[in-house]
Design a binder for this molecule. Structure first.
Ligand code: DGJ
Length: 734
């Protein structure tokens, strides 16, 4: 939208009218607006981000009294403020002074792309600020491209993808923190004066500890279903940095991008640097509203096959660990098939000829079948799968190598290590990371997948693992003057490789696993169908981890498996019902040795899997409404998924602690059609008598303003009683 504004100078110059040509850019989604002033020759200014504005309000924004803030603060002139970009020019000058050179909005087949080109007042350096919308999605992606038009090399010292000013107030930050086996933990705190920095320096995996996604609640303590919320997700597989600067002014300043630590980037004459997208969303329906926006955009635009249903699988890891053999795999396939599962995944331990993979200290890199364990090879496993009527999937960890491997013997130059130093070893005392910056390594990794899928096109699923960080700063491939490119070059190489894989194998399902939940990020998901949430499969801990993870990622991408009791990570003994009820709120699978299950347990799982097939479309493609957070310590957690047409919903309720005569809150439902009647059916029921409302119907209005009373325990025979309780209720509109 191009507009001419007449600016009247006030005060003593009131009699002098002055005309300025301003370009107001309105980046609009169905429910949100981002408004920018990009007047040629002037600083680009941020005017607004929030609820969708009418054209009249966009035009009047200049008169709202709100400050027009720098759209993308650059370092150098007035350098006391935090900047989104910083550069050293070829002549050593460390400043940027950027003004608008051009602005345009292009129609794309499925959305719009608005680009504001900034040019330095003195140096021939351009920074293009991009804002991309997708039809029907309330998400705006923003990223930059810096183009070096100077005669010599420039050095980027900071290169954020996006910057957003947020009006100072009672603004709370919700973010995810964690560790191995404890990923996706929610932390909430008000933004106070000073800087809050969330960053990652792992080099390979970037969501074990903190996440590069956040929510900002603008109206005080975060609420699930009300209040204004801005959500932000940096879509990048590598090291990131999010900064929140609350200074003395009227704004909190939010910056997000690649972590610049030890990563300054050199651009030769004519070269450009493109940053990964920062996805922004806004909702007035609380955290859950922002999650729904992310989930819908994720499923439609960002996650491989995000709109397709996922198969119910059995993964061999916790069932047999490295103890792979033909008979055992065949038995597991028979078992998952008999319970109604659709896919079997053989995890670690199947490969290595010279060095068989019997534990985690050998063989990574040698992706040939160990014929002593699997005499009929992968062909034999595929035959078994066919015989049992399930699909077959396989585990690989192609970015890694053990020092005890044929690959390392042949190519020690492929690993990441500092010059003149011995490489640091990770998992198993022998694991190293291959240098994905090196095109030969990219080919090697591509070939691991290509060989498997060319030889065995029936392979339906790949579990792609990555179990080490970058442990030494050093690329044997990059030149001495480009060593600071290592972290980013690794992920450029990773992206190129998975791009090639996807071009050739668009249909195979690929899971991003990285020592558990180390690769839950929208920078990974365009090539991957799902991620492993955590190596911790304990159902109680999963309630907390999946809660946090669901802030940003939909159930279709969250692999959630029923595992054994006592749990292998926490040693907690949680009943099968609770374990199944939790796994059924994500992408259901199993991670267990079925031969150790009783017939009664298998029968229960058979029923659970059959029920999951019925609710799968709603769980995997529906809208999430989180109702009662486990982090509120009310003794219960509850959430639901509602089909987009509100015809059907699934309600989950989990007790998170157990005290006698404990008063638990009654949970109000959300997202239903108030005027329709919903019939209630309990799934995975274990009680001797049905719930009083089994088969009964209630209006959406009643369920949302009152909710149903959920008994605090199960009515089961004495010897089956325990301190756990959970429920899944299916609601079907009449
Ligand atoms: C780490 C993964 O998170 C596990 O699920 C399993 O695949 C192991 N690696 C295998 O080594």
């Amino acid at each position: 939208m191009k507009k001419a504004y007449l600016f009247m100078l006030s005060g003593c110059f009131a009699s002098l009218p002055m005309t300025m040509w301003a370009e107001t850019l309105h980046v609009a989604t169905p429910g949100t607006s981002l408004v920018i002033d990009a007047s040629k020759g002037d600083k680009a200014k941020f005017l607004y981000y929030g609820e969708k504005l009418s054209d009249a309000d966009v035009s009047a924004l200049g008169d709202s009294g709100a400050a027009a803030l720098d759209l993308f603060p650059a370092y150098g002139v007035n350098p006391e403020h935090e900047a989104a970009v910083a550069m050293t020019h070829a002549d050593g000058n460390m400043t940027l002074d950027m003004v608008v050179e051009a602005a345009e909005t292009k129609r794309l087949p499925d959305g719009t792309l608005t680009t504001v080109t900034l040019r330095d007042k003195v140096y021939p350096v351009d920074i293009k600020l991009n804002y991309r919308t997708y039809d029907g999605e309330d998400v705006i992606e923003t990223w930059t491209e810096t183009i070096n038009g100077e005669k010599g090399e420039v050095t980027l010292r900071r290169f954020d993808s996006g910057y957003l000013p947020v009006r100072y107030g009672d603004v709370w930050l919700s973010s995810l923190y964690g560790a191995w086996a404890n990923e996706g933990r929610v932390e909430e705190a008000p933004l106070t004066h000073g800087m809050k920095v969330i960053k990652n320096k792992d080099g390979v995996r970037n969501s074990h500890t903190a996440h590069s996604e956040v929510m900002l609640s603008l109206d005080g303590k975060p609420q699930e279903n009300e209040g204004r919320v801005i959500g932000a997700a940096l879509c990048y597989s590598g090291n990131y940095e999010l900064r929140f600067d609350t200074d003395y002014g009227d704004y909190h300043h939010f910056f997000a991008g690649i972590n610049p630590d030890d990563s300054e980037y050199k651009l030769a004459k004519g070269e450009s640097f493109v940053t990964p997208p920062l996805a922004l969303t806004y909702s007035e329906e609380g955290l859950s509203g922002a999650s729904r926006n992310f989930h819908k955009w994720g499923r439609n635009r960002k996650i491989a096959h995000g709109n397709e249903e996922r198969k119910i699988l059995l993964n061999s890891w916790e069932g047999v660990y490295f103890d792979i053999n033909e008979e055992g795999m065949d038995a597991m396939m028979a078992d998952i098939a008999s319970m109604g599962g659709e896919l079997f995944v053989m995890d670690d331990g199947w490969f290595g000829v010279k060095y068989p993979r019997n534990n985690d200290s050998t063989s990574l890199g040698d992706w040939s079948v160990d014929k002593t364990k699997l005499p009929s090879g992968i062909k034999g496993l595929l035959d078994s799968a066919k015989k049992h009527g399930v699909k077959f999937g396989i585990w690989i960890e192609p970015e890694m190598v053990n020092s005890i491997s044929e690959l390392y013997e042949k190519h020690p130059e492929y690993v990441i290590k500092a010059a003149k130093r011995e490489p640091t070893m990770g998992r198993g005392g022998t694991q190293m990371v291959l240098d994905m910056a090196n095109p030969k390594v990219q080919d090697l990794v591509f070939n691991v997948v290509d060989t498997l899928l060319t030889n065995y096109p029936e392979i339906d699923y790949i579990k792609w693992d990555a179990n080490a960080p970058i442990m030494d700063h050093g690329s044997q491939y990059l030149s001495a003057d480009k060593q600071s490119h290592l972290y980013h070059a690794y992920h450029e190489g990773f992206a190129k490789t998975v791009d090639r894989i996807r071009a050739k194998y668009p249909d195979v399902t690929i899971q991003a696993c990285a020592s558990g939940g180390g690769r839950a990020n929208y920078g990974v998901l365009p090539w991957f169908d799902e991620f492993w949430v955590s190596d911790n499969t304990d159902a109680l801990q999963r309630v907390y981890m999946q809660w946090g993870t669901s802030y940003f990622f939909p159930a279709v991408a969250m692999a959630s498996h029923i595992s054994a009791a006592p749990n292998h990570q926490t040693f907690l003994t949680i009943p099968l019902k609770y374990r199944a009820d939790v796994a059924m709120s994500g992408r259901l699978g199993m991670e267990i040795q079925p031969k150790n299950m009783t017939e009664e347990e298998k029968e229960f799982c058979r029923r659970a899997i059959a029920s999951y097939k019925e609710i799968r479309p709603v769980v995997q493609q529906g809208d999430i409404y989180r109702l009662q957070s486990p982090y509120d310590d009310k003794g219960v957690a509850s959430l639901m998924y509602v089909a987009p047409d509100k015809n059907e919903a699934v309600f989950y309720w989990y007790k998170t602690e157990s005290f006698v005569n404990q008063q638990l809150p009654r949970i109000k439902m959300a997202g239903l059609d108030p005027d329709r009647m919903y019939t209630v059916t309990e799934l995975n029921c274990i009680d001797n008598k049905p719930l009083p409302y089994e088969g009964k119907s209630f209006s959406g209005r009643y369920l949302m303003s009152n909710g149903l009373e959920i008994p605090a325990s199960h009515s089961v025979d004495y010897h089956k009683q325990n301190d756990w309780a959970s429920r899944i209720l299916r609601l079907q509109a009449k």
